[in-house]
Design a protein around this ligand. Structure first.
Ligand SMILES: Cc1cc2nc3c(=O)[nH]c(=O)nc-3n(C[C@H](O)[C@H](O)[C@H](O)COP(=O)(O)OP(=O)(O)OC[C@H]3O[C@@H](n4cnc5c(N)ncnc54)[C@H](O)[C@@H]3O)c2cc1C
Ligand code: SF4
Length: 352
């Protein structure tokens, strides 16, 4: 590991000033950053420990009814918070399907948004990787890329964003609160990430020094609570990143879908909002025909990036299944690992 300076600011303003210095990086739970530093993939000159900053670990309902999740709130605290599990159950389900209990107790909301891709070539210093070393090439292209991107990729980078948490967040119109040198600003999560294009090393709209301080989910998105699901499919039943995931939230009038939200995970370098699928669903009667048509719309622009054509069909099936689960209704007690062989029948496995 490269030597680095260590700072522990006591105010957000101090953190932002330090963070704006070249070579600086923020440290939250450290579950991603420390791995990257130990592997020499990340080589910061200054690590800014933000864990003692006051007021960033709270989860509050605001006056307008929105839920505000502080950037330092731990993944497990968010998942088990009653306001999350009752109003935004797909968020709880996504968090509980990620990583392990130990990691969820350490990982933070802000760190989850900003975790780096799990592309194996990005972690391997002997491989060409435009994201780690701009202009060096992309060894994933033509390499082992069964799980790489099928949407929004460029010839410069075919990596995916691995977060579970972000998928229901983008479906529910979450907003990221950012404190920077110019003050505070809000950015919708859907606009927070950049697609790779010619600059895969630039992953978000964050500028030097920008600190994520909170994530807000609007009050109106709680209207989907009765018909919300997160479905994650992975290579083994637990403790693995998604091969493909989908968050679906519906509003029904009898058997007619009146509003729909659909997002996919691990198909692109950002959580992928599938607005075409949403348009297909609105006005349709609940049933396999509508689910299949919407899933096809969600993947209509998908293209294999190498050996991963099967992922497109897998994603279609995951979306259709997630819509079907959401239409059946949010279970009173949600199984944390819906695909797990250890899961109880729906309704039996407590997560709250
Ligand atoms: C074995 C393993 C399995 C995992 N499985 C899953 C999984 O299935 N699903 C899933 O979603 N995730 C999974 N993860 C990833 C895990 O969720 C992330 O490592 C974690 O969320 C990162 O949070 P952190 O607080 O530890 O971030 P850190 O490691 O501290 O930071 C990560 C990045 O975010 C930046 N950062 C952190 N906070 C802020 C802030 N407030 N403002 C600006 N920048 C910030 C840091 O500078 C760094 O670049 C897994 C991780 C491991 C190690
Ligand atoms: S896919 Fe992206 S992260 Fe992976 S090797 Fe290519 S450039 Fe690097």
């Amino acid at each position: 590991m490269k030597r680095f300076d260590y700072s522990r600011p006591t105010s957000i303003a101090e953190a932002v000033a330090l963070g704006a210095q070249p070579g600086s990086v923020y440290l939250a739970g450290g579950t991603n950053l420390m791995d990257l530093m130990k592997g020499n993939v990340a080589r910061p000159t200054r690590v800014i420990d933000i864990t003692r900053l006051p007021g960033l670990d709270t989860i509050d309902v605001l006056q307008d009814g929105a839920l505000r999740i502080g950037a330092l709130a731990r993944n497990s605290d968010i998942a088990y918070h009653p306001e999350v599990s009752t109003r935004y159950p797909a968020v709880a389900e996504a968090l509980l399907s990620g990583a392990s209990a130990q990691l969820r107790n350490a990982a933070t909301a802000g760190g989850n948004l900003l975790q780096r891709t799990r592309c194996a070539y990005f972690f391997d210093l002997a491989s060409a990787c435009n994201k780690r070393e701009p202009g060096s090439g992309c060894d994933a292209m033509g390499g082992e890329n069964d799980l790489h991107a099928v949407l929004g990729w460029s010839p410069q980078c075919i990596a995916t964003h691995p977060s579970d948490f972000c998928v229901p967040l983008v479906a529910l119109d979450a907003v990221v609160e950012i404190e920077g040198r110019g003050g505070r600003r809000d950015v919708p999560l859907d606009a927070f990430y950049r697609l790779p294009g010619d600059e895969p090393q630039r992953e978000t709209v964050l500028e030097p020094g920008d600190l994520v301080v909170a994530i807000r989910i609007p009050a109106s998105s709680a209207g989907f609570a009765d018909h919300s699901r997160y479905l994650k499919v992975r290579e083994r039943t637990s403790y693995a990143f998604a091969a493909v995931s989908a968050a679906v939230a519906l509003k029904l009038d009898g058997s007619t879908i009146v509003e729909a939200r659909v997002a996919l995970g691990s198909v692109a370098l950002k959580p992928w909002r599938a607005r075409d699928a949403e348009r297909v669903l609105v006005g349709k009667t609940v049933g396999e025909a509508a689910f299949t048509e919407a899933a096809a719309a969600a993947l209509a622009d998908a293209k294999p990036s190498g050996h991963n054509a099967a992922k497109i069909e897998l994603a279609r099936r995951v979306v259709a299944r997630a819509i079907s689960l959401a239409a059946r209704g949010t279970p009173e007690h949600m199984p944390a690992l819906p695909a797990s062989v250890f899961a109880q029948p729906e309704g039996a496995a407590l997560h709250v």
